[in-house]
Design a binder for this molecule. Structure first.
Ligand SMILES: [Fe+2]
Length: 566
């Protein structure tokens, strides 16, 4: 029973004080790890689409309310306008195949990734604006940018559908957030910039920037924004209940490079030019080296034959033709292909993209899941290693439905299960430096890199940034990995320079408590309260003419939520 049956439990969302059960907790491991989660208590059809929750794991014992010698795992359902409206009128909210709908509109689940920006913290997802969260009390602060600035994909009286990316980027030179707004019907993309203050954002259409599917990630170099179409494709028939899912993800995608200075020289609302490329196979996550003086290089974590829009249903058969365990109903259809990673070099002068390196080891690394890297400015400028988590070949969470739909695209499946792996890759050559393989019954998730603190004399002289460790790049520090298991939740700490040595320390939930499905994680050096700022208020978005589209009782609920948030 390799995938924990507790993974979709609706009772496992509680605060824990984790206790050391193995190894020695490193003295120089500090700061806070934030993890986004989709709250399964809100009963999504697809496990990805529950209301957003934020978890904070404190890396110093006895802090944030934990008993001495234990580590605080603190959880909070984000009290966004969407969540508050649902709490007020749960009877009017309905789970759909791509999210949550109500007469108010489309819930912003804000459940996918924590995004630090200095001392600020945002929660993101693909079908909503980023949501600022207080890093200490984990409560809602504000949504980013007035709804009218985003050009919503679908309008609604209170909660318009903003189709965006779950992975905006923070520009260290311009001290701004870059993200996107998509029009999935026209297949167009617009760049969005948030300067950190005030209720407004700016927006620029990308000229001829056709996006046939979605954009889970964007990335950047010092001078360029890089936007790739991603392998998550909506099926209108499925969404509107007209039939079974019949579309498959495209096997390659357009990629657009846009100069930041061209965006800055263009008035908001006017189109900006892009250089178009085409790459493959499919991708969801990709990361550019920020330093681009020597060329533009991007690491792509490819996701061939991975259809994350599909999820396990209770009446499905699995990859080996067995009835699925209903405990897994709602879990995403697991990848049907081995891990593939590449480093591609883009030349915007010639429009040529070349592969510099690639890695695939089908017998050992299956199913690209998530990764950990050094997100300090120094780390992204000159990354040394990339820590990749592969969730393994998990036939019980791959449905016959998905295999039939993808047909010949999926090659022969392994005849045995492949366990999860943590792989450290050289960032230039993608050579495997080290790996760690878990037992089959463990389900690791969301790895995070935590740098060893302090600056080397060279780095200090160069003016090291606050997130930078002693030797930036990803090799000098720790990789922290939460491990889901029916035998009890634990967090394992690896030396980033030698994950093959196994965990140097492990902390576990008391009483073998389990923790359900979690998504991305990110590290911050400290948790500080969000100060008061001039920001968007939910009340600023309510308009009488829009509220008039609602029954009077629901319009009153929206006004009450706005008043509570003000
Ligand atoms: Fe992601």
């Amino acid at each position: 029973m390799p995938i924990p049956r507790s993974i979709l439990a609706r009772d496992g969302f509680t605060d824990l004080d984790l206790v050391v059960t193995g190894g020695v907790w490193p003295d120089d491991l500090a700061g806070e790890i934030f993890l986004s989660a989709s709250d399964q208590r809100t009963a999504p059809q697809h496990a990805f689409f529950g209301d957003g929750a934020m978890i904070r794991l404190s890396l110093r014992p006895g802090t944030h309310g934990a008993a001495p010698g234990t580590f605080a795992w603190r959880t909070s359902l984000l009290d966004t306008p969407s969540q508050r409206l649902r709490t007020a009128r749960p009877d009017r909210f309905e789970a759909t195949v791509i999210g949550t709908r109500s007469p108010f509109g489309f819930s912003n689940s804000a459940n996918t990734a924590p995004l630090p920006w200095g001392d600020r913290l945002f929660a993101t997802w693909d079908a909503g604006r980023p949501v600022e969260v207080d890093p200490v009390d984990l409560r809602f602060v504000a949504e980013v940018g007035h709804r009218d600035d985003w050009a919503p994909a679908l309008d609604a009286p209170v909660l318009p559908l903003v189709s965006s990316t779950a992975h905006p980027v923070i520009d260290p030179d311009r001290d701004c957030m870059w993200t996107v707004s998509l029009d999935p019907i026209a297949g167009a993309v617009q760049i969005v910039r948030y300067d950190g203050e005030g209720p407004r954002v700016q927006r620029w259409p990308v000229q001829d920037g056709a996006i046939p599917q979605s954009m889970h990630t964007i990335t950047q170099t010092r001078d360029w924004l890089i936007l790739a179409d991603c392998a998550f494709r909506a099926d209108p028939n499925e969404i509107f209940g007209l039939g079974e899912r019949s579309v498959t993800n495209f096997p390659d995608e357009p990629v657009y490079l846009i100069r930041k200075d061209a965006v800055e020289a263009t008035p908001s609302g006017e189109p900006v030019a892009a250089t178009a490329f085409r790459v493959g196979p499919e991708v969801m996550h990709y990361f550019a080296r920020y330093e681009d003086g020597d060329g533009i290089e991007v690491l792509f974590e490819h996701t061939p034959d991975t259809d994350l829009a599909m999820y396990v249903r209770a009446d499905d058969l699995d990859a080996y033709g067995r009835p699925v365990d209903p405990a897994l109903a709602g879990m995403y259809n697991h990848p049907m292909h081995a891990t593939v990673v590449s480093v591609l070099r883009f030349d915007p002068e010639t429009g040529v993209v070349r592969e510099r390196a690639s890695m695939t080891e089908p017998d050992r690394y299956h199913s690209t899941q998530l990764s950990a890297m050094d997100w300090s400015t120094e780390g992204v400028s000159n990354p040394t290693v990339h820590h990749l988590l592969c969730s393994g070949f998990r036939p019980e969470a791959i449905t016959r439905r998905a295999l039939d739909l993808y047909g010949d695209r999926v090659g022969p499946l392994p005849d045995h299960e492949i366990p999860s792996a943590l792989v450290t890759l050289d960032r230039e050559s993608l050579a495997v430096e080290r790996d760690w393989i878990w037992p089959l019954d463990d389900y690791p998730s969301s790895p995070t890199f935590v740098p060893r603190p302090g600056s080397s004399p060279t780095a200090a002289a160069a003016g090291a940034t606050r997130y930078a460790g002693h030797e930036p790049g990803g090799h000098h520090g720790y990789v922290v990995v939460p491990v889901l298991s029916d035998d009890g939740f634990r967090v394992e700490v690896f030396d980033a320079a030698d994950v093959a040595a196994g965990p140097v320390a492990t902390v576990a939930a008391p009483g073998r408590a389990t923790v359900p499905f979690i998504l991305h994680a990110a590290w911050m050096p400290a948790a500080r309260p969000a100060p008061d700022r001039d920001q968007l208020r939910f009340a600023d978005e309510l308009r009488d003419d829009r509220l008039a589209e609602l029954p009077a009782d629901l319009a009153d609920v929206a006004r009450r939520v706005a008043a509570d948030l003000t």
